[in-house]
Design a binder for this molecule. Structure first.
Ligand code: ZN
Length: 230
């Protein structure tokens, strides 16, 4: 089974600084997302899946935008499953609630603790769905985890806290590698600190469980690579 771990907002520089071996795998690098006017989550994930720039279409109604399976690399595989991928199979309630509480944190109407609690509850739910799917016999399985981005927006400048988040993502990757033949890790964009908060950086991250020379690929060109694994 091929597994794609979609880690939103995973920052290249923190992966290296925290020496996250499970995230770096055998080969890793940054992705080029300079074809987009801004590093927007839904736009980048749906462009990764389809291999084309969805920005113009997606911007009409960002969190209601969804590409169809036949437009994505999943159409090249027989048995596939994609959990909570933005712009494709995202679970709307989860993301709407997270955005709502995040807004409240920035407006001083909710505490960071309340927000973190919600994020971890949602993370646990998605993780359970993923581990359950990992036991099944898919040709390709993709799961999306918003953790690094969601926590990063309010705490990216707090390195000790972010290190714990990256360790949690490493644990998921390690468990995945015990089951899957090939593991591709991808983030839509990284993050940069703005005081204690965080904002999207203008490159993403990729890594693979085998030695490959992808350089700094354009995120819309990775579809070809994923299809070559079929
Ligand atoms: Zn994102």
């Amino acid at each position: 089974m091929i597994v794609i771990l979609g880690y939103d907002g995973l920052e290249y520089n923190y992966v290296v600084e925290f020496k996250c071996k499970e995230l770096m795998q055998e080969s890793f690098g940054k992705t080029d997302i300079s074809m987009f006017t801004e590093p927007r989550t839904v736009v980048i994930w749906s462009s990764f899946l389809t291999g084309r720039n969805t920005e113009k279409l997606a911007l009409k109604d960002l969190w209601n935008f969804r590409v169809k399976p036949e437009e994505t690399f999943f159409s090249k595989f027989k048995k596939w499953y994609a959990i909570d991928v933005p712009g494709f199979t995202h679970i709307s309630e989860i993301h709407a609630k997270e955005r709502e509480v995040m807004k409240k944190v920035f407006e001083g109407e909710a505490s960071v603790e309340e927000y973190d609690k919600l994020i971890f509850e949602n993370h646990k739910k998605v993780k359970e769905m993923f581990f359950e799917a990992l036991e099944k016999d898919y040709d390709i399985l993709m799961s999306y985890f918003s953790l690094a981005d969601s926590i990063g927006h309010v705490s990216f400048g707090l390195k000790i806290k972010m290190k714990l988040i990256y360790r949690e993502l490493e644990k998921i990757a390690k468990k995945t590698k015990e089951v899957a033949k090939k593991v591709f890790i991808i983030s839509d964009h990284g993050m940069k600190a703005v005081g204690r908060f965080g904002d999207h950086s203008n490159y993403g991250f990729w890594s693979f469980s085998e030695n490959v020379d992808l350089g700094t690929p354009k995120v819309i060109e990775l579809r070809k690579f994923i299809e070559s694994l079929a």
